[in-house]
Design a protein around this ligand. Sequence first.
Ligand SMILES: [Zn+2]
Ligand SMILES: [Zn+2]
Length: 163
Amino acid sequence: MGAMQSCYCDQNLPFEQCCAPFIRGEQNAPSAVALMRSRYSAYCVAAGDYLYNTYHSTRRADLSPGLLAATAREQRWIRLEIQSTQAVAADSAEVEFKAFQLEGDYLLCLHERSTFYREDGQWRYHSGVIYQQDAVPVKIGRNDACPCHSGKKYKRCCAGAKT
Ligand SMILES: [Zn+2]
Ligand SMILES: [Zn+2]
């Protein structure tokens, strides 16, 4: 990707000035929502080590960096929308978000309320509750506005494109 690649997490910032320093381990995400955004971006670039390291330590038993990277490479995330974020205690917070991915010509919405804890001074993802009513795949028409919100028609944007 080019240096001016805009960040995947929909902040209108270049990737290098947004999630990249967290994913490379140069800085710690300063809040649960920043961590959540950087994990979304890490799925977009299949950064398995970062995904693994930002799981809460009690949630890693069945995971590995390689498994997480392989999962991420099979997915095609196109948009993130943060719905709300709230502190639960000094070292825990919740973030509700919608993350959209394409599977063929179907749009899948992951609508989740995630719980994050600060552990060893770093925010980490613990678990989430999924809003199942929003999990129904929606077929995208060739002439529909692209669900990535580029302003282009789907057929001229994300249709058939490879990441
Ligand atoms: Zn970002
Ligand atoms: Zn698009």
